[in-house]
Design a protein around this ligand. Sequence first.
Ligand SMILES: Cc1cc2nc3c(=O)[nH]c(=O)nc-3n(C[C@H](O)[C@H](O)[C@H](O)COP(=O)(O)OP(=O)(O)OC[C@H]3O[C@@H](n4cnc5c(N)ncnc54)[C@H](O)[C@@H]3O)c2cc1C
Length: 396
Amino acid sequence: MEFELSDEERAFQQAVRKFGDKTLRANERRIDAEGRIPREVLDEMAALGLLAMPVPTEYGGMGGSAVLTELAAEEIGRGDFSMATAVFFLLEAGWGWSLAKHGTEEAKREILPPVCQGKTFLGIATTEPTGGSDLARMRTKSKRDGTGFSVRGEKAFLSGVEEARTMGGGHLTLTKSSDSDGFNFLYVPTSAPGNSTQKFTNMGRMGISTGAITYADTHVDRKYLLGEEGHGFEYALEGFTVARTFVSAACVGAAERALEVGLAYIKERPAFGQPLAKFEGIQFEAVDLYAQIEAVKWQCRRAAWLLDRYTLRGDDSHRSEVIKAVASVKLTAPPIAFETVKRVMMWFGAAGYTKDVGLELGLRGVMSYLVGAEGGLNIMRIIIGRELLGKEFAPY
Ligand SMILES: Cc1cc2nc3c(=O)[nH]c(=O)nc-3n(C[C@H](O)[C@H](O)[C@H](O)COP(=O)(O)OP(=O)(O)OC[C@H]3O[C@@H](n4cnc5c(N)ncnc54)[C@H](O)[C@@H]3O)c2cc1C
């Protein structure tokens, strides 16, 4: 067993931390206020190889391992506390990887290089207005129409609808097949005739939009079908397993940053004649948070290590172990991150409630992962429960 990062991994981690400390921290308020990630930030990410980094080099990515991508996600979650950049990063990483694995050669050559350059956006569309957890009951349908598929339905709460509309790009879209009992996973360009979009007003991660897409018999060329017809559900679940690892890593980064801010503050802030850090009531809280963040960080790195060892190699032999590891960290990382930011806000007293201190930025951002982005907490519990107890004990 080896817990030490390799020289290459450490150097990469330091380079991304430098980017986070210099570029992301300097821009996070602007990202929140302007509701977009500035062009120069995306350009710098592209230059560092951070966009869709697990995508193979032949399609413009850096062919990065899951561990390397996990390290980058931690640093980006630390750097832009609003989580907007982390979301942009992990969507491109997780779903870029999925497209690279299952997409047709033509689609990969067309879609992936500009995504890796930050010129276009690639997202995921599974959730519908009637629900995101119970995906099997989705209503959006795709039907063969000669040269491809005709898609009809509506997806909602999708990250990056505005980005895909304005920059170009689209979403990997899970649809029920009208021609079989299965599902088709299709790349749908947002600008395709038949699509209309809507933007929602969120409470946080303002730098990346959330919105809806309505498909009114949108024609999708057959080249945009991922893998085999009817097997889309499997590909989407596999993609979630990869993307959720990076979500968790971003939460680890945000938690570490909040704790660092808090530790510095309680060492300085006096109360009753001594620094707050001297009071066990505060110090023990800080220690508990540290211990929990460390636990989640290593849980997350192990999940990434398992992905590298099995999933990213197309080896399904440890499927249950991988699924449990990833769902477990997606279950623990967002609550720990949220709790850390909340506790540190409380150490700051009234100042913690101001925008000047900036903790609210993290609180609003991390909250998106508590309410459900990339799957709600109870859904992680259902996934783990099914693996632990067997399918016969699944609640549905
Ligand atoms: C900021 C943000 C960005 C998002 N980005 C995307 C995106 O890019 N693409 C995309 O497709 N979706 C996206 N989503 C949607 C997200 O995937 C869904 O919110 C999530 O899957 C939950 O679906 P829902 O919101 O419809 O809640 P519901 O499915 O209605 O569930 C509501 C609540 O009930 C819980 N619940 C559901 N079923 C059970 C059960 N059987 N037992 C116990 N509890 C249960 C859920 O965990 C949740 O807490 C995003 C969401 C947010 C908040």
